[in-house]
Design a protein around this ligand. Structure first.
Ligand code: MG
Ligand code: ZN
Length: 263
C-alpha cells in the first residue's frame, strides 16, 4: 500500500493511456511536481475517471438485462473452479458469460469455455487488477443481449482490485481455508467492500490450522452481517446454497432493473 491515503501503490504508477477524455498519468510523472498534494490529486483523478467508465459499463449491462458479478480473490483461492461449477449447474437456467482477467495466458477463459460458457480473456500485461477500461473493451466482444449473468474473474490479488470499480452489480470475495484465518485482518479493504463472501476448500479444515471463529470475527468487524458461503469445490459441499443465492440475486435484480428501459 502507498502511505498516501492508504491507496494501493500500483495506483501511483499506472501506465500511460489516453482514451478520449480519460486522462491516465504516465509513470514518468509520478515523481515530478510538487509532491504529496499533487500526487493525491492525480490518484483521485484516475479513480474518478475509472468510476465514470464503470458507471457506463453498468448502464450497458442494465440495458442488456445482464447481472454482473466481480469475483476477487488471492491467486489459487478457487475462483475458476467455482466458475466452472456455476457454469455446469446454472447453464440450463440462464445464459452465462465469463470475462477472465490475468496477467498472462488464456488458461482460465479456456477452462470456462470448456465448461460451456462464452468466455473472453483479458491479459493485463503486468497490471495487478482489472479496471473499468479493460472491462469496457471486453464487453465489446460479447453480444450482451444474449446473456443473463456475467461473471468477471479479476486478477488474483487481495489489495487493489477493490479500488477499481468495474460496473458489475455485486463484488464477491472468494477466500480459501489454506490461505489462513488471518486474511481479513491483513487485507481489511478487500473484506470491507464486498457484498458476499465465499469460503472455499472447507474440505481442508481438518488438515490445516484455520480457526473459523477467528476468521469470522475479523469479517464481522469489517463487514457486519456479510452473507457468507462456506463450501468446497472439490466435494461439492455448500455449492447448492451458493447457487441458490445467485439465482435469487439474479431474480431480484431483474425485478428491480427492467431491461431496455434505460435511456
Ligand atoms: Mg483463476
Ligand atoms: Zn493493482
Amino acid at each position: 500500500m502507498d502511505p498516501i491515503q492508504g491507496k494501493p501503490s500500483c495506483l501511483m504508477g499506472l501506465r500511460g493511456k489516453r482514451d478520449g477524455s480519460w486522462l491516465f498519468v504516465h509513470q514518468n510523472q509520478r515523481n515530478k511536481g510538487s509532491g504529496m498534494a499533487k500526487r493525491i490529486q492525480v490518484v483521485e483523478k484516475i479513480l474518478s475517471a475509472n468510476d465514470r467508465l464503470a458507471k457506463e459499463n453498468q448502464q450497458r449491462l442494465d440495458k442488456a438485462g445482464v447481472f454482473g458479478l466481480n469475483f476477487m480473490a488471492s491467486p489459487g483461492a478457487g475462483k475458476t473452479s467455482l466458475i466452472e461449477h456455476m457454469i455446469q449447474r446454472l447453464s440450463d437456467q440462464m445464459e452465462l458469460a465469463v470475462i477472465d482477467g490475468d496477467v498472462a495466458t488464456s488458461i482460465d477463459a479456456d477452462r470456462a469455455a470448456a465448461a460451456g460458457a462464452t468466455a473472453v480473456q483479458i491479459n493485463t500485461g503486468g497490471e495487478c487488477h482489472l479496471d473499468a477500461v479493460m472491462l469496457h473493451g471486453a464487453l465489446d466482444e460479447l453480444d450482451l443481449e444474449s446473456f443473463d449473468l456475467l461473471i468477471v474473474e479479476n486478477v488474483g490479488n487481495l489489495i487493489c482490485p477493490m479500488s477499481f470499480q468495474l460496473g458489475t452489480h455485486r463484488n464477491i470475495l472468494i477466500a480459501s481455508v489454506p490461505e489462513g484465518d488471518d486474511k481479513p485482518y491483513k487485507y481489511p479493504g478487500m473484506y470491507r467492500g464486498v457484498d458476499a463472501l465465499v469460503i472455499n476448500k472447507i474440505d481442508l479444515l481438518p488438515y490445516v490450522p484455520f480457526d473459523m471463529g477467528y476468521f469470522r470475527k475479523g469479517v464481522e468487524i469489517l463487514n457486519p452481517g456479510l452473507i457468507t458461503f462456506p463450501l468446497s469445490c472439490r466435494t461439492g459441499e455448500g455449492l447448492e446454497e451458493w447457487m441458490n443465492w445467485i439465482k435469487d440475486a439474479l431474480r431480484e435484480h431483474s425485478r428491480t432493473k427492467e431491461p431496455s428501459t434505460e435511456e
